[in-house]
Design a protein around this ligand. Structure first.
Ligand SMILES: NC(=O)C1=CN([C@@H]2O[C@H](COP(=O)(O)OP(=O)(O)OC[C@H]3O[C@@H](n4cnc5c(N)ncnc54)[C@H](O)[C@@H]3O)[C@@H](O)[C@H]2O)C=CC1
Ligand SMILES: Nc1nc(O)c(N)c(N[C@@H]2O[C@H](COP(=O)(O)O)[C@@H](O)[C@H]2O)n1
Length: 234
């Protein structure tokens, strides 16, 4: 993996990982989680987590899926422990208004650091409650400022950051040119539905300025295809 970045800001190496259907969707039209990956891909994702310092998701993903974002394999957790690391990478939620439920699985499951990134708009009361469970980073006025956030994460010692969606967070990071690589497992299902979220949501790039990717590698995995792209620096 080429971890060199050309962005001028001092940030971690950032890669997106996602499971997408053959028609490019990441969940149903009701934004309900779908099993797209097979066993080998879930193992690959677990290994990526083992090697990462942080795993980041948007609040939309927390509210829709309630993921734990933990490492599942005991051996991988042990490996991290033996290397002086927390069992799990830091779990980071991009959550402008401090909506992360206090009983979310990221708080209940596994050990390790939790970070909730909020904007200045987040109600003081919510911040106070979340502070009991997580480190709070305030970045941005009405929406989390992702450039500031990733710089702060780097300052905290996060060198390698895995982003596990969803669609809107992926868009924001890509449109700000904050992504180095995209790893996509393309599964053998069609989800369909024009409102089902795709790998990248948001307002979209203008035709004259679309983001270019360089194919790094691909392999057959489970009943699908694993593709790795590098985001070209412009
Ligand atoms: N198949 C897969 O690999 C994955 C699928 N998903 C799916 O993605 C869906 C969730 O995606 P989304 O609804 O798009 O939610 P999201 O997880 O991308 O969160 C977006 C939300 O984050 C907050 N936010 C704060 N600052 C932001 C900023 N600067 N840029 C962007 N967002 C910011 C906003 O409230 C925004 O609505 C769910 O249906 C989930 O199942 C999520 C992760 C992985
Ligand atoms: N890699 C992968 N394959 C699938 O088939 C999926 N549906 C997902 N989804 C995302 O993975 C997260 C689950 O995390 P935990 O197992 O709870 O730690 C969650 O955010 C899903 O959206 N990923």
């Amino acid at each position: 993996m080429n971890e060199k970045q050309t962005n001028t800001i001092n940030r971690p190496f950032i890669f997106l990982n996602a499971a997408v259907s053959a028609d490019g969707k990441i969940s149903t039209k009701e934004r309900k989680q779908v099993k797209i990956s097979g066993d080998n891909d879930f193992e690959r994702v677990d290994e990526l987590k083992k090697e990462s310092d942080g795993v980041m998701v948007g609040i939309g993903t927390v509210l829709a899926d309630d993921p734990s974002l933990t490492i599942k394999s005991e051996n991988r957790k042990k490996y991290r422990k033996n290397n002086g690391l927390d069992e799990n990478p830091a779990r980071i939620v991009v959550d402008s208004n401090g909506r992360t439920p206090i009983d979310a699985d990221i708080f209940k499951k596994g050990e390790g650091k939790r970070v909730i990134a909020v904007s200045k708009c987040a109600p003081e009361k919510k911040i106070k409650t979340l502070k009991e469970k997580a480190d709070i980073i305030v970045a941005g006025n009405d929406k989390v400022d992702l450039k500031i956030l990733v710089e702060k994460l780097k300052d905290m010692g996060i060198e390698k950051l895995m982003v596990e969606g969803g669609s809107n967070l992926n868009w924001s990071l890509l449109s700000l040119k904050l992504v180095d690589e995209i790893h996509a497992f393309i599964g053998n299902i069609i989800i369909g539905g024009s409102t089902a979220p795709s790998l990248v949501g948001g307002s979209g790039f203008p035709e004259t300025d679309m983001l270019k990717l360089k194919l790094v590698d691909f392999e057959q995995m489970d009943d699908g295809l694993l593709v790795r792209w590098q985001v070209e620096k412009q």
